[in-house]
Design a protein around this ligand. Structure first.
Ligand code: SF4
Length: 284
């Protein structure tokens, strides 16, 4: 099972996205997927390039729209395992409407966000994940907007799988992606993925000092939504690990009445001349 291809990533040396790529490749192999069973759909941003760096079906979509495309892929061919991916600007700014509704829809997709708390591709502007006071070219006096908390929003929107990890912790990240791929429903995995070129505040060292690993709390129960929300708030969103999982709620595919067992991609979609004429008559 070879998820590596011969395309050399053009990320900056040291970019956190390299680890996310490696973790996806390892996790896909570890859960027993073959390259032709996986589709990776990405948005726009440095992280959006990832769909071209994995040996699987891939589509580098448009800004903030990885999730609508990924949902379309999954609806058309439920036999594919679908990963959507992008950055924090892609998913939590322009794409936030799609993110919230994909969460509550609960289609069986794994959404991996490379959260570097800045816009890297456009050379360093404040993102929704940047801290208050964060200085960039777009906020030279420091950001005066509050920082968006994707984990809290996901829980509020009815997420059934919420996890967070760090590019430096490849073991944890790989394990969480494996769990996300095996979860029957929408899984959000937010990954602290440092932008070494433009974000000189949220560095690898900064994350190492500030991250709170759930391993510190052996009694933590990820099926308890209230406890999950409380812990996220107590740690100012810096929690890593499997934060919440609801195994009871059925996925969209399981709940949709009349959703055919056979993938749309395998059905004969050709209209007979008779049906076509009937349709034309109805629309006249
Ligand atoms: Fe990574 Fe930042 Fe370089 Fe983009 S600009 S490739 S996010 S280090």
């Amino acid at each position: 099972k070879e998820f590596r291809n011969n395309v050399k990533p053009n990320w900056c040396p040291g970019c956190g996205d390299f680890s996310v790529q490696a973790a996806i490749q390892r996790a896909a192999a570890n859960v027993g997927l073959e390259p032709e069973q996986l589709a990776v759909i990405s948005g726009i941003g440095c992280s959006g390039r990832i769909s071209g760096y994995i040996n699987a079906y891939g589509l580098h979509g448009i800004h903030g729209r990885s999730l609508p495309i990924a949902q379309g892929v999954k609806l058309a061919n439920r036999e594919l395992t679908v990963i959507a991916s992008g950055g924090d600007g892609d998913g939590f700014a322009i794409g936030m409407g799609h993110t919230v509704h994909a969460i509550r829809r609960n289609l069986d997709i794994t959404y991996i966000v490379m959260d570097n708390q800045i816009y890297g591709l456009t050379k360093g502007q404040t993102s929704p994940r940047s801290a208050e006071g964060f200085k960039t070219k777009s906020t030279p006096e420091g950001s005066i907007e509050s920082t968006l908390s994707p984990l809290e929003i996901a829980l509020s929107a009815g997420a059934t799988f919420v996890a967070q990890s760090f590019s430096s912790d490849l073991k944890q990240l790989t394990s969480l992606i494996e769990q996300g791929l095996q979860h029957k429903g929408f899984s959000l995995i937010n990954v602290f993925s440092p932008c070494v070129t433009f974000n000189k505040i949220n560095t690898y060292d900064w994350f190492k000092e500030n991250i709170v690993n759930l391993e510190q709390f052996p009694d933590y129960d990820p099926s308890n939504r209230v406890a999950a929300m409380t812990k996220i708030m107590e740690t100012n969103g810096m929690l890593t690990g499997l934060i919440y999982q609801n195994k009871e709620r059925k996925s969209y595919e399981d709940l949709a009445v009349g959703f055919k067992e056979e993938a749309l991609s395998k059905q004969d979609m050709m209209l007979s001349r008779q049906d076509f004429d009937k349709l034309l008559t109805e629309f006249k």
